[in-house]
Unconditional design. Structure first.
Length: 319
């Protein structure tokens, strides 16, 4: 029997799977586990099931010890894990791709609609108690039909967002490291372009690339200046892909029309300039936040953990 440390609260079906075969030490606190407590708990663990709020770095791996075999992140993004440090120590790192595609694409489409149709502004207006009435020019937004959606990062979530946007009558262009499957490109009518062209021609830009050194501040002042002043930026990927200060300035100066953000540079902090703006919709990292999706993510992380502990190939290793 191995010892598994779970760094935060996860849905019960995942814990049941783990407990059926191993000893499980799961953090039950409603707040995130403190770093000090985590360093203490991982000592002697054979497996760590981690949440994206926990940093898995050399210090933590060494605190766990040489018997550690697997770090199973309950997230598709793994910028919280130092993967080379895991590899150096012979620790397998896994993530949860696939199971959160639809939930995240739904939130991307939701943010596109909230931003372009000014739904957040309308909601805030009513809640503020201010007088309002229907008016020909009251809170006019922008239609999606016939507009161009530029997708940055055309993996599963990017493609699912494109599929939804196509149903709303949008044209799709994308920027990606490689061409997507030609059959999918044909189904979506999607054309691959360079990032600068995508920024220049899109009415909505939606970010779906992974975060890492290559994508840090991929969208900064220079890139925002390429966008149309009627365009919108949506980010459901990772906060630091966008330079938040530059985005706030672009929004304030009307360089772009609006934005929808599910992720932030220094979560849970939000740049104070963004908080002052009406033309940005802000939601607190809800991309995968459905009961079904979070359960599927946690169960996949449990399956990854159990496979490695059995000496088998896990379903979704980080390559
Ligand atoms: C992920 O899985 O990376 C998401 O950001 C979690 O919601």
């Amino acid at each position: 029997m191995s010892r598994i440390v779970v760094t935060g609260r996860v849905p019960e079906p995942a814990l049941q799977k783990l407990r059926a075969e191993h000893e499980v030490d799961a953090w039950e606190g409603s707040d995130s586990i403190s770093r000090q407590e985590l360093l203490r708990r991982v000592a002697g663990a054979d497996a760590i099931v981690s949440l994206l709020t926990e940093r898995i770095d050399p210090e933590l791996l060494d605190a766990a010890g040489p018997q550690l075999k697997v770090v199973a992140n309950v997230a598709v993004g793994y910028d919280n894990i130092d993967v080379p440090a895991c590899t150096e120590r012979g620790v397998v790192a896994t993530n949860t791709p696939g199971v959160l595609i639809d939930a995240t694409a739904d939130i991307a489409l939701g943010l596109i609609l909230m931003a372009t149709r000014r739904l957040g502004e309308g909601e805030r207006l009513i809640r503020s108690g201010q007088a309002w009435k229907w008016g020909m020019f009251f809170l006019l937004g922008s239609s999606l039909q016939g507009k161009t959606l530029g997708i940055v990062g055309m993996g599963g979530i990017g493609q699912a967002t494109a599929r939804r946007a196509k149903a709303f009558g949008m044209e799709i262009v994308y920027q990606s490291r490689s061409e997507i499957d030609p059959a999918i490109a044909a189904e979506l009518g999607a054309r691959r372009v360079e990032l600068d062209e995508l920024l220049t021609i899109s009415d909505v830009v939606s970010l779906h690339c992974p975060y890492g050194p290559a994508t840090h501040h991929l969208i900064g002042a220079e890139q925002l200046s390429l966008m149309k002043d009627s365009a919108y930026l949506v980010n459901t990927a990772r906060g630091p892909i966008v330079d938040e200060a530059a985005l706030a300035l672009a929004l304030r100066e009307g360089q772009i029309a609006g934005a929808g953000l599910d992720v932030f540079e220094q979560e849970p902090k939000v740049h104070p300039w963004l908080l002052e703006l009406e033309n940005v919709t802000l939601v607190p990292h809800l991309g995968s936040a459905t009961v079904e999706t979070r359960t599927a993510m946690a169960v996949l992380a449990a399956d990854n953990t159990l496979a490695v502990l059995k000496g088998e190939q896990p379903p979704t290793p980080i390559s």
